[in-house]
Design a protein around this ligand. Structure first.
Ligand code: SF4
Length: 464
């Protein structure tokens, strides 16, 4: 399983902002389950509550009542820089010359090692290992001579990598997406007022209307004068390089991300996969939930029966929450159980969205073999993941990736399957509408933004 990084939510000038932020984060819980936080703002200043765990565990009715104000930003987190601890929970709040600033970040800054060293050399003190704190330091320094929007612009000119940001200070809310647009950030409208979320499923829950995606390199400023959009840098815009894994796996299928409907993209990936390689089997078997949508497209294109013969225990958390290898495998077993009567003597084709480390799939195939499956074939609705991600997704070292260290035949053997086929990069790009705007670095090693210090290095490492 793969870790996401974070989910963002922001709302401007709406009564009950904290409660709406709570539900906006609740809808995006899949994007981060380590910590959750909401910061609101009223005439008295900022009010915050953060904690470790799931959104409903972190917030109670009483805590929401202690978050007054009509503007709010919220965050759910997985760590890619900085360890999983309360001090790294977001939004970050800083106080500078009577101004309160709250910052929520989704992404990974690839030059934060140098930036942090430089700041420390100039006397800055850090309380976390999080790249978001680096951004906050730079922002506060820029605020000495500029107003908030100009300070944000100046700060973004210094950082490189993936960042979606929601920044709240006084009666101003600023939404930013990096020039490559690695991660999604959407603008919606609730009772005429702007709302922001990483994914539009948050808008659906609030009955807000999805308006558009914040563009790569766009900064949208909302304040008492209204809303205005501008480009981040005075330079020509970068070519968009949006994370295609959002469409393959991360985002909820009912969301629009990058102006694409995720469900339809996944179904199309399954359709393209069946075009490329359909084995002679009795039925298609998805593994809920992530593999289901590609499996539907695959079965329809291949005109093969589709059987929901894996039963999910809905009360078990995602397997990657488990910190150790052995617990991970336990998580797979406890989460999904195949229907014995459907498996014995059958030729089965598993359709799933990705194989990263391979550990989950080994356990799944082993179980099907134990139940008497005659043949097990695997079709994967994305290309082999051969390169680590530098931009906020937790497959950070090549050694962890089964496709980076094994040939197709070796993977087939390791998984103990009769055949294995991955969707081609061309097939993947045929499954989306805006095919020239995606990052494919984890498949082809073509990194749009290089790390300054050493390949394979996530900025600060997880131990910090
Ligand atoms: S390297 Fe892969 S996971 Fe990372 S941003 Fe690019 S497409 Fe997404």
């Amino acid at each position: 399983m793969i870790r996401h990084e974070c989910g963002l939510f922001g709302i401007y000038e709406h009564e009950d902002a904290a409660r709406l932020a709570y539900f906006g984060l609740y809808a995006q819980q899949h994007r981060g389950q380590e910590s959750a936080g909401i910061v609101t703002c009223d005439d008295e200043g900022m009010h915050e509550h953060k904690g470790m765990g799931l959104v409903p565990d972190v917030f109670t009715e009483q805590q929401l009542c202690k978050l007054p104000g009509r503007t709010a930003v919220g965050h759910v987190r997985y760590s890619t820089t900085g360890r999983s601890s309360f001090s790294n929970a977001q939004p970050f709040v800083a106080h500078y010359k009577g101004m309160d600033i709250a910052l929520a970040h989704n992404g990974n800054l690839v030059n934060c090692v140098e930036l942090r060293e430089d700041l420390e050399n100039r006397g800055a003190i850090f309380s976390t290992g999080n790249d978001t704190e680096v951004f906050m330091h730079l922002l506060v320094r820029a605020l000495r001579e500029r107003d908030l929007p100009e300070a944000v612009r100046e700060t973004c000119a210094q950082v490189r990598g993936a960042y979606c940001l929601l920044i709240m200070a006084g009666k101003t809310l600023v939404a930013v997406r990096d020039p490559h647009g690695f991660h999604p950030l959407a603008l919606g409208r609730l009772d005429g007022k702007p709302v922001f979320a990483s994914e539009t499923c948050a808008f659906d829950l609030l009955e807000a209307e999805y308006e558009r995606s914040i563009e790569p390199g766009e900064m949208l400023i909302v304040d008492e004068d209204g809303e205005r959009s501008c480009r981040l840098h005075g330079l020509l815009p970068e070519k968009p390089r949006q994370c295609i894994f959002e469409l393959v796996y991360f985002a909820r299928p009912d969301s629009y991300v990058f102006n694409e409907q995720v469900y339809l993209c996944r179904k199309q990936m399954g359709w393209q996969l069946a075009h490329e390689s359909t084995p002679d089997v009795d039925f298609i078997l998805p593994f809920p939930d992530s593999g289901v949508y590609a499996a539907v497209g695959f079965a329809q294109c291949a005109e093969l029966p589709y059987e929901h013969a894996n039963i999910r225990n809905h009360y078990v958390g995602r397997t990657f929450i488990q910190p150790t290898q052995s617990m991970r495998n336990f998580g797979v077993r406890v989460k999904i159980n195949p229907v014995r009567a459907m498996i014995e003597g059958k030729r089965i084709c598993i359709v799933d969205d990705s194989i990263v480390r391979g550990t989950t799939m080994i356990t799944r195939v082993k179980k099907l073999r134990e139940l008497g499956a005659k043949e097990v074939h695997i079709r994967i609705s994305c290309p082999p993941v051969k390169f680590p991600c530098r931009y906020g997704i937790d497959f950070s070292s090549r050694g962890e990736l089964i496709a980076a260290t094994h040939s197709l035949e070796e993977i087939e053997k390791k998984l103990d399957v009769d055949s294995l086929h991955y969707l081609s990069i061309e097939g993947l790009l045929r499954s989306v509408m805006h095919s020239d705007s995606y990052c494919l670095a984890c498949f082809n090693g073509d990194y749009p933004v290089r790390c300054s210090r050493g390949e394979g290095k996530i900025c600060m490492g997880k131990g910090l």
